[in-house]
Design a protein around this ligand. Structure first.
Ligand code: MN3
Length: 208
C-alpha cells in the first residue's frame, strides 16, 4: 500500500545560511516534518484513508473531530512541504512576474503587503502559519493566518506563500525574536518563482 513519504528539501541543508541554519533545517525537516509523516502513516494504516493522496486525506479529515489526529499530521506534512518551497536561497525582496501586479492590486503596494503579512505572522498567537492565499473563484489575493496545523487547503483557498511561525522554525537561529525571523523571511528568503507558479496553477510543487 502506498504510504505518504517525506519529500527531500529542494536545496542543500546549508543553502539558506546565514538566514536559516543547517541545524534548523536538519531538525525541522528531518525530525519535525519526518515525525508528521511517520505519525500520519501509522494513523491511516488499515483505514479507508490508506492509499489516498495527502490532499484527499486532508479534505476527508478536516472538521471531523474523530479524525483530528489524522488531520493535524496530514496538514502539517502538506504545510511543511509548502513552506520549504516558499523559501529559497537568494530569495526575498520585491516580487517579480505576475504576482507583483496582483499584490499591488490587492494591497496597494508591495510595502503594504509586507506590512500586513508581517503583522499576521507576528500576531498569530502561539503555533501556526501565515499565508498569502488566492480566492478559488476570482483569484484575488489576501493574507490569512492559521493555528497549529490548520491549512488554507481545508478552507477552499489556494495557497500561494507561507511562513511557519511555530517556535521550532526559528528558535535555534532567532531565539524568541519572531519579528526578526519574519523580516528576514520577507527580505531574503521568499521564493517568488514558486508563488508565481502557484498563482498560475502550475503543478510546480511537490506537496502532492
Ligand atoms: Mn514547522
Amino acid at each position: 500500500m502506498t504510504t505518504i513519504t517525506l519529500p527531500a528539501l529542494p536545496y542543500a541543508y546549508d543553502a539558506l545560511e546565514p538566514h536559516i541554519s543547517k541545524e534548523t533545517l536538519e531538525f525541522h525537516h528531518d525530525k519535525h516534518h519526518q515525525t508528521y509523516v511517520t505519525n500520519l502513516n501509522n494513523l491511516i494504516k488499515g483505514t479507508d484513508l490508506e492509499g489516498k493522496t495527502l490532499e484527499e486525506i486532508i479534505k476527508a479529515s478536516a472538521g471531523d473531530a474523530s479524525k483530528a489526529g489524522i488531520f493535524n499530521n496530514a496538514a502539517q506534512v502538506w504545510n511543511h512541504t509548502f513552506y520549504w518551497n516558499s523559501i529559497a536561497p537568494n530569495g526575498g525582496g520585491k516580487p517579480t512576474g505576475a504576482i507583483a501586479a496582483k499584490i499591488d492590486e490587492a494591497f496597494g503596494s508591495y510595502e503594504k503587503f509586507a506590512e500586513e503579512f508581517a503583522n499576521a505572522a507576528t500576531t498569530q498567537f502561539g503555533s501556526g502559519w501565515a499565508w498569502l492565499v488566492a480566492d478559488q473563484v476570482n483569484g484575488k489575493l489576501s493574507i490569512t493566518k492559521t493555528s497549529n496545523a490548520d491549512t488554507p487547503l481545508a478552507h477552499g483557498q489556494v495557497a500561494v506563500l507561507t511562513i511557519d511561525v511555530w517556535e521550532h522554525a526559528y528558535y535555534i537561529d532567532y531565539r524568541n525574536a519572531r519579528p526578526k525571523y519574519i523580516s528576514t523571511f520577507l527580505e531574503s528568503l521568499v521564493n517568488w518563482d514558486y508563488a508565481n507558479a502557484k498563482l498560475a496553477g502550475q503543478p510546480a510543487g511537490v506537496e502532492k
